[in-house]
Design a protein around this ligand. Structure first.
Ligand code: AMP
Ligand code: ZN
Length: 476
């Protein structure tokens, strides 16, 4: 089955064809590094990580280029640095490191390139000067603004990504109304910095020939970085639903205007947007304050549990973050790791390719819930084969389970390590000794003693799982 992706711009599932036959380029908007990321922010990171893994399987691995930027110029960063009385670089470095370690724990591969805004000022300035030269941008009160109406010129191309007319967009969005704007929808490409904020020699004012000192707007950062690291057009542009307007709409407009590109797909060919992660039906967001930070969740759950939970709904739909979702994710992983453990303990696990139905599910617009169902089918086949004493079949099915898991960034831990949850050797020895004592008590039909030992294990936060080949355990 060919890879099909839902494209926001054409509003349909399309067969994916990269601009170059053997090379795939993808850009995903990354974090603004001024505080901890929440689990909603992790959703695009995990979703596009699965797509990255799938593309690496379908195309020559080294020809898949995945870029995710770091926004390290922003008002919120400046504010945080001022609050703490430290250099801006201290803030951006600290939260970039935390973002990396959070996503490592969620099993995300590092992108091929991670461009930083501060390293691409020359590219941003060149784009802005090109727009000033052909009149789609103008200078007003030291700012450079994009002339949305002049650019759209009644063609509707400005609103194409969000499927709205220019007037609807202006009415619906809380666009900052400023005296210096020609049109309410015009947005900032460049603006002066306040004293003590970082500033660069900006684009030249066509009227004076002098550079305008200041800093870039947010949207121009991604236009400059995506073009620099991937070239135009690149294949896939991704991010959360909230970025469709204004961020991605403005990226397209700027890049097309600066280069005189005629159609929107001359910038990026496919647009993918993940749905919101919600809490009590409201979007998780810093401004609403209903956030669960990745770092905090990782104190209570393995990253793999969070990853499973994030992939348990189709990426385009909403996903409500609840305790039950997380509990169920852990139970599902217990079941699959249990099958892998039994297969390995009995006859080993073969080297296999992922099951074709799993590849088909992911190729159908990244249908991760359907792919997870295939993992369950494989685990069921492992258990049946083991029960029937078909050791080789069990090893083959377990191999498929493991390879299918790898494609989704799941199930790659040693099953024992999964169940032991990072317990140290002393703790493991203590638990094993209690399990042996319990087995001996049960063999002697001393049920009181067996129950007492089980309570002791429960107090240690150990869950005992009795199975056909004896008891196994995991941390609760
Ligand atoms: P931000 O730091 O707000 O720019 O968000 C970084 C990324 O996370 C963007 O791709 C957003 O669209 C995405 N995002 C933010 N909040 C959520 C959420 N509640 N659910 C899903 N994605 C989100
Ligand atoms: Zn962006």
């Amino acid at each position: 089955m060919p890879l099909k992706l839902h494209d926001t711009l054409s509003r349909e599932k399309r067969v994916f064809e990269p601009a170059q036959a053997e090379r795939v380029t993808m850009y995903v908007c990354g974090p603004t590094v001024y505080n901890h990321a929440h689990i909603g922010n992790a959703r695009p990171a995990v979703v596009f990580d699965v797509l990255f893994r799938l593309l690496q399987r379908l195309y020559p691995e080294r020809e898949v280029v995945y870029a995710r930027n770091i926004t390290d110029v922003d008002d919120k960063i400046n504010q945080k640095a001022a609050e703490e009385g430290v250099e801006i670089g201290v803030i951006t470095e600290r939260y970039t490191d935390i973002y990396h370690s959070d996503l490592d724990a969620l099993g995300c591969l590092r992108p091929t390139v991670e461009p930083r805004a501060t390293a691409h000022m020359a590219e941003m300035i060149a784009l802005i000067e090109a727009m000033l030269a052909d009149g789609t941008a103008y200078v007003a009160d030291g700012e450079v603004l994009f002339d949305v109406e002049g650019y759209d010129a009644g063609t509707g191309r400005y609103g194409a990504l969000s499927n709205r007319s220019l007037s609807d967009m202006v009415a619906g969005a809380r666009v900052e109304v400023a005296q210096n704007k020609r049109h309410a929808a015009d947005f900032v490409l460049w603006k002066p910095s306040k004293p003590a904020e970082p500033a660069w020699d900006g684009p030249r004012d066509p009227a004076t020939g002098q550079p305008l000192p200041g800093r870039p707007g947010w949207h121009i950062e991604c236009s400059a970085m995506s073009e620099k690291v991937l070239g135009l057009p690149f294949d896939i542009h991704g991010g959360g639903l909230d970025l469709i307007f204004p961020h991605h709409t403005n990226e397209i407009a700027q890049s097309c205007a600066a280069h005189g590109l005629a159609t929107n797909t001359d910038f990026a060919r496919y647009w993918m947007h993940n749905g919101f992660l919600t809490m009590d039906a409201e979007k998780m967001s810093k401004s609403l304050g209903n956030v669960s930070l990745i770092t905090e969740l990782l104190e209570r759950q393995p990253g793999e549990v969070l990853r499973w939970a994030l992939l348990s709904a189709h990426y385009r739909g909403p996903l409500d973050w609840t305790d039950q979702l997380v509990d169920q994710a852990r139970k599902n992983l217990d079941r699959l790791y249990g099958a892998l453990k039994r297969a390995r303990d009995v006859g080993g696990i073969s080297d296999s390719a992922p099951p074709q139905p799993l590849l088909d599910a992911l190729s159908d617009d990244l249908n991760s819930p359907a792919a997870m169902a295939v993992l369950f089918d494989a685990a069921g086949a492992v258990e049946r084969a083991l029960n029937d004493g078909e050791v080789e079949t069990a090893a083959a099915r377990a191999g498929e389970l493991l390879a299918g898991g790898a494609l989704m960034g799941l199930l790659q831990q040693d099953p024992d390590a999964w169940f032991e949850g990072g317990a140290d050797d002393g703790f493991k020895a203590q638990v094993e000794a209690l399990l042996e004592a319990r087995a001996a008590a049960r063999a002697a039909k001393d049920w009181g003693e067996a129950d007492r030992i089980r309570d002791e294990l429960t107090a240690l936060n150990v869950v005992v799982m009795d199975g056909p080949t004896g008891a196994t355990w995991r941390r609760g």
